[in-house]
Design a protein around this ligand. Structure first.
Ligand SMILES: C[S@@+](CC[C@H](N)C(=O)[O-])C[C@H]1O[C@@H](n2cnc3c(N)ncnc32)[C@H](O)[C@@H]1O
Length: 258
């Protein structure tokens, strides 16, 4: 299938009106921030700058803006997601603290701007962890922090059905130890990590995707669209069956002095 068509279907199923576009929840974002900056997040100044990469329709962007002082720059390459983010930010009185940029994360030109914190929930897969970690380090001030979530094997010995599904759907998927090695190699010190709770997949994300699929009507006689819908159903079923073996792990780190 050509790329444009695939993205049209993906953007239509993962519609801007969904509550969020990947697993996650407010409590996990707060827990991750508190691992980096301490309980209460006190002591951060008004000049605090956050870069939220692959922000989608802004679920975590809004939480970051509400929990932290300063400003958030939110980047995504799909303008309708950013439009929805801005709409929600206005409704929550956070619009003056968030700037959106429609840009491809693989070639971000930030014009020498530097950030205290780079954030990426459910989006580092676009570049891959080994590619993103060094690239994003250059956006950080010395001693700056990075938090990302990534689909990760959390226990050895996953059943064949599960391993075969991800070998086909997401070949770069690795275990926690591989991510920790990449983090150290790329000049970061790990501050903490935790696995997102099941509720952040099911209640926060998959339930609304499943509801969307109930009403989503793929173009008539379009086997390719139907195949994508089928794949998303399989992915949801996979998590319900095999969440013991894989999950989204939140990794929190600080840049090491060069
Ligand atoms: C799984 S969604 C996660 C969105 C959001 N962080 C969340 O958790 O709800 C991944 C996001 O990355 C964005 N994305 C994909 N490729 C991108 C690229 N090359 N540059 C910028 N954003 C991209 C998608 O548009 C989507 O919003």
């Amino acid at each position: 299938m050509n790329h444009d068509k695939l993205m049209r279907i993906i953007h239509d199923v993962f519609h801007p009106s969904l509550p969020r576009l990947g697993p996650g929840d407010e409590g996990s974002t707060r827990r991750a921030l508190e691992m980096l900056y301490g309980a209460g997040l006190e002591g951060l100044g008004e000049d605090f700058r956050v870069l939220d990469i692959g922000c989608g329709n802004g679920a975590q962007t809004l939480h970051l803006a509400a929990m932290l002082p300063g400003r958030v720059t939110a980047v995504d390459d799909h303008q309708p997601y950013l439009d929805e983010l801005v709409r929600r930010a206005r409704a929550q009185g956070l619009a003056d603290r968030i700037e959106t940029r429609c840009a491809d994360m693989t070639g971000l030109d930030l014009g020498g701007e530097t950030f205290d914190l780079v954030w990426a929930e459910g989006s580092i897969f676009v570049m891959g962890v080994p590619q993103a970690l060094p690239a994003w380090r250059s956006f950080l001030k010395p001693g700056g922090c990075l938090g990302f979530t990534e689909l990760t094997w959390i226990e050895d010995g996953a059943p064949d059905e599960c391993r075969e599904f991800f070998a086909a759907e997401y070949p770069p998927m690795v275990g926690v130890a591989d991510h920790l090695a990449a983090i150290a190699e790329c000049g970061y010190d790990l501050v903490g990590r935790f696995t997102l709770p099941e509720s952040s997949w099911l209640e926060s994300f998959y339930d609304s995707v499943a509801r969307r699929l109930e009403t989503y009507e793929p173009p008539v006689d379009d086997p390719e669209s139907e195949a994508i819908v089928e794949r998303i159903h399989r992915e949801i079923g996979m998590y319900r069956k095999y969440s013991r073996w894989y999950g989204y792990v939140f990794f929190l780190m600080r840049t090491r002095d060069r």
